[in-house]
Each structure stands twice: as C-alpha cells, then as structure tokens.
Design a protein around this ligand. Structure first.
Ligand code: PEP
Ligand code: MG
Length: 324
C-alpha cells in the first residue's frame, strides 16, 4: 500500500472516470510546508493564520506577516494557496487583546466578527496578504461568515487596502480569488445568495457540524451528537456545492471530514471540487479516489442524503466500498 501511495506523489488526483479533483493540505505555519511537498499536495486549502498571532505578547507586524505569506506562496510555486484571515476566539485565545470572557465563546465574538470591529488589526493583515499576492497564487478566505453584510464589509476593507497599496506603487496581484468558509448553517442555507458574491466556498465541517447539531466540538459528553454523516449535515453540504456550481464557482472542504475515507465517496458524489486535509492524509485519499467514479457516485450520494440516520449512511458506504 505504501508503495502505491509513493507512486502517486507527483500525480494529479484523477478519479476512475477521469475527473480531476484537487487534494490540498491544511497548514498552520510555513514550517509545515516540507510535509506538504513531500506528500504531493496540489495546493494549500487552508492556512490557519492564527498561529502567527499566538504564543506571543503583541500583534505580528505587517512585515512579519508578509514574509510568512510570501514564503508559503513562493514555495508552493504557483499552486493555489488559500489563506484564511484571523480566526481567533472560540477555542483559540489571544491574551494580549484583552477580550472579556464570554459564556459561549463558540457563539461569541470571534473570527470575522472581531476583525470587522477591530479594523486596524484586520487592515494590517489584509495589506500583508495583498502584498504577498504578487508572489504566487494566493486566495483570501474569510472565516465564520454568517451574513452577506459581513462578507460585503470584509470585501470593502480589502478593496480599500488594495487601492491604497496601488497608490503607494506597491505590487499586488491583478486578480485574486476571494472566498469564504461555510461553517455556519445560515450561510449554507443562503449559499445561493453568497455564491453570487464570492469566488469560492470552503466548507468548514469542524464548525458546521457543531453548529448544525448544537453539539460543542470540545465537549465529550455530547460528542455522540457530533455526526459528520448525519443526513442533515450531508444535505447542507449538497446545498452549498450545488449553489456554487450554479454560479460557476468551486467548492472545497477544509474540515476534518475532507480526509475521512467514509466521507470521501459521498463528497465526490456530491461534486466537491477540492479536498483539503492534513498532509499525511493526502496520498491515502488520492489512492482511494483513483478507484472511485464521480459519475457512479452521484446517485449513491443522493441516496445517502435520504437515509434516516448517521449510522445508516455509514453502513451504506462501508457496505458498498468495503471500508474498515
Ligand atoms: C472548520 O471549522 O472546519 C475549520 C476548518 O476551521 P477550524 O477547525 O480552524 O475552526
Ligand atoms: Mg472553523
């Protein structure tokens, strides 16, 4: 098996029926790139920038951020690199921001909510990202988007900073895709509206599952409710992919579910375009995908959406694909 995987390192990911899907990696710092390259990722589907801000006493400067983003896009040699703007709050704290404690941090002041209020902090990151965009194939992604107003505000700040940089004579990529994480049910349900105003979606199942099932992803007492294969979760995923495709946009997934061997046949059948996962999952996933046909799985995936329970979905997949 290891030998089969090794042969796939420099290959594109082609399904049995010749469809190309992109297998990308999730990273937290540029240090992760060695593993990403060794495992043959076709891009970065999620760069979690919060680690640049953590484990220190003050905000990282524009220069420091620029260097980190530039290093990542340059080392990926024009392969797509999706960089997510700061997603702090929830389970990730920044003591130096001195934010009041909250009763429900996962439902509170985090990610884009904080960035739109603390605009100075956000603008610095946007400038660093725009500057780095001149050095490779950088795409920006906003986390925890719940409303169109948030998306429009974030895009407005981005375009203001771009204009300022251009006026200063700084190099910025002419075209840069701007997308959002779909990790809040309101955004999945309203995906047709969002799809008109983004270049891509990336489904963040880690949060989408916890918010759909109202089951804290960190709380073991309710972990039995944290069900990636729940038909409700699968239907949301289906809605998001269809909405994107109707507008000619692509959809990726960067939650843990994207690298899960039981989920992969379903996600392929639902038409997912990009799967982003930890680097070590890429070759096993590529090998699995070469044995699956997207065409054949389309009906199968629709059938899964109609199942009653998570367990029924899981049995359906394991039986057909002799997994486990
Ligand atoms: C997610 O929510 O699925 C995701 C990828 O983001 P994070 O795990 O960083 O919240
Ligand atoms: Mg998330």
């Amino acid at each position: 098996q290891k030998e089969e995987w090794a042969k796939l390192v420099n290959e594109k990911t082609l399904t049995k029926d010749g469809a190309h899907v992109e297998l990308a990696a999730n990273i937290g710092t540029p240090k992760d790139l060695d593993g990403v390259i060794a495992n043959g990722a076709e891009g970065i589907g999620l760069y979690r920038t919060e680690f640049l801000y953590m484990g220190r006493n003050e905000l990282p400067s524009e220069e420091e951020q620029f260097e980190a983003y530039k290093e990542v896009v340059e080392r990926m040699e024009n392969k797509p690199v999706v960089i997510r703007t700061l997603d702090i709050g929830g389970d990730k704290e920044l003591p130096y921001l001195d934010l009041p404690e909250e009763l429900n941090p996962f439902l509170g002041f985090r990610a884009i909510r904080l960035c739109l209020e603390q605009q100075d902090l956000f603008r610095v990151q946007l400038r660093a990202l725009l500057r780095a965009s001149a050095y490779g194939n950088l795409k920006i992604m906003f986390p925890m988007i719940a409303t169109l107003e948030e998306l429009r505000s974030a895009k407005q700040l981005l375009s203001e900073e771009k204009d300022k940089l251009l006026a200063e004579g700084v190099k910025v990529a002419e075209e840069m895709e701007v997308g959002i994480m779909v990790e809040i049910p309101s955004t999945a349900v309203a995906a047709p509206q969002f799809a008109k105003e983004v270049d891509f979606f990336s489904i963040g199942t880690n949060d989408l599952i916890q918010y759909t099932m109202a089951a804290d992803r960190m709380n073991e007492r309710v972990s039995y409710l944290y069900q990636p294969y729940h038909p409700a979760v699968l239907r949301l995923i289906d809605m998001v992919i269809k909405a994107a495709h109707a507008e000619g946009k692509w959809t990726g997934m960067c939650g843990e579910m994207a690298g899960d061997e039981i989920a992969i046949p379903l996600l392929l059948g639902l038409g997912l375009d990009e799967f982003s996962m930890s680097a070590t999952s890429i070759l096993p996933a590529r090998s699995q995908l070469t044995h699956l046909s997207r065409e054949e799985l389309a009906d199968f995936a629709q059938q899964a959406l109609m199942e009653d329970t998570s367990e029924a979905v899981e049995q359906l997949v394991t039986k057909h694909y002799s997994i486990g």
